[in-house]
Design a protein around this ligand. Structure first.
Ligand SMILES: *Cc1c(COP(=O)(O)O)cnc(C)c1O
Length: 393
């Protein structure tokens, strides 16, 4: 594939980044090797000296990881991508490469729990300050920016209440104030949302979720321009070491081939489920950007090409009623993971958001009756039937 951008998204997802070896293999090869050999001492010296491009050691580059990176870069529309050992390693590498002591981050409040811990517990130790703002409130983002702010950090849609931010507007604000906009695109994936085209500078992925799509491997990625990602984030990773293994890269790159199809199916199932839940008298409220009742439905239609696979809903009767629904399921997996072919069900108030104080939870809208479903690829009728057991519906 000469220039992947000459091809449609689905085609890039299947073919970008493949470099066939002289064995003529059709499927991408896995290169499980820690180091690479040189033809001569002079070649080794030239590789190490940077005069000759090529592989040296798999902490630096690996052909299978490179195929994954080039494919994901082509799908997100970025110049460069680096694979990482996990989604958290992608966030860490981005911060370590692009920030220094004295810098400040503004982040949305509703971000992945471990991201909050990384910012609050660890980055602050190295002199990087963090402020948290309500996701959808552009005025709050603007008010939180200080002269030393370098990075705005956001997830859209948010977990678990599926709140959105206008990425284009936030990118304009970031650039007007000399900041980078970093978007964690885990929930939508490039199949539904391409933040770089909306003006974001860097995209973060937990490949563990939809990119794999079948719950097998932990991994992550950073996508962006050649300078910041291709040089600086890459430079941190090859030095510090939280890089992606070739085996995991192979699993993820095969996952990318079916990403469009899978995301479409996740979206279709999720919309049917959300509409059904909204019709039940036992359900207080449903959170899904695809519903007309979602306050940002129009923004979701504009910014995303699908509404995603995560549906949250609040049942009447608080924790007791929510746990009854969860415990009555026979098929759904009670787990906090998402982005799997298998539907998962979670009680955020006592798991993913259990470490917050009741007041913090209330402020974020995480009530005791809230249930999050990451809708999988099973028949929607079976998913409904399983949830209906505890809903009496
Ligand atoms: C899971 C997740 C992460 C962290 O990814 P890991 O692969 O578990 O390290 C980051 N952001 C979001 C939105 C996630 O869901």
């Amino acid at each position: 594939m000469k220039d992947p951008q000459d091809y449609a998204f689905e085609t890039r997802a299947v073919r970008a980044g493949q470099h066939r070896t002289n064995e003529g293999e059709h499927s991408e090869a896995i290169f499980p090797t820690s180091s690479f050999v040189f033809e001569s001492a002079a070649q080794a010296a030239a590789r190490f000296g940077g005069q000759e491009p090529g592989n040296i050691y798999s902490r630096f580059t690996n052909p299978t990881v490179r195929t994954f990176e080039q494919r994901l870069a082509a799908m997100e529309g970025g110049e460069a991508c680096v694979g990482t050992a996990s989604g958290m390693a992608a966030i860490l590498a981005t911060c370590m490469a692009l920030l220094k002591a004295g810098d400040h981050i503004v982040s949305s409040k509703a971000v992945f729990g471990t991201t909050t811990s990384l910012f609050n517990t660890y980055l602050t130790r190295f002199g990087v300050a963090v402020s948290f703002v309500p996701l959808a409130d552009l005025a709050a983002w603007e008010a939180a920016i200080r002269p030393e702010t370098r990075m705005l950090y956001v997830e859209s849609p948010s977990n678990p209440l599926t709140e959105l931010v206008d990425i284009r507007a936030l990118a304009e604000l970031a650039h007007a104030r000399g900041c980078l906009l970093v978007v964690d695109n885990c929930f939508c994936t490039p199949a539904l949302q391409q933040p770089l085209a909306l003006g974001a500078d860097i995209v973060i992925h937990s490949a563990t979720k939809y990119l794999d799509g079948q719950g097998r491997c932990v991994g992550g990625a950073v996508v962006g321009d050649a300078e910041r990602v291709g040089k600086e984030v890459f430079g941190f990773l090859r030095t510090a070491g939280p890089t992606m293994s070739p085996f995991n890269a192979w699993v993820f790159l095969k996952g990318l081939e079916t990403l469009s199809l899978r995301m479409r199916a996740h979206c279709e199932n999720a919309l049917v489920l959300a509409r059904w839940l909204e019709s039940l008298p036992q359900v207080e409220r449903v959170y899904y950007p695809g519903l007309e009742s979602h306050p940002q439905h129009d923004l979701a239609k504009r910014q995303q090409s699908g509404f995603g696979g995560i549906v949250s809903f609040e049942v009447k009767g608080g924790r007791e009623a929510a746990w009854r629904v969860i415990d009555a399921t026979e098929m759904l997996s009670i787990t906090a993971n998402l982005g799997d072919a298998k539907t998962t069900i979670t009680h955020p108030a006592t798991t993913t958001h259990g470490r917050l104080t009741p007041e913090q939870r209330e402020a974020q809208g995480i009530r005791e009756g809230l249930i999050r479903v990451a809708v999988g690829l099973e028949a929607i009728a079976d998913i409904q039937k399983d949830l209906a057991r505890g809903l009496g519906g």
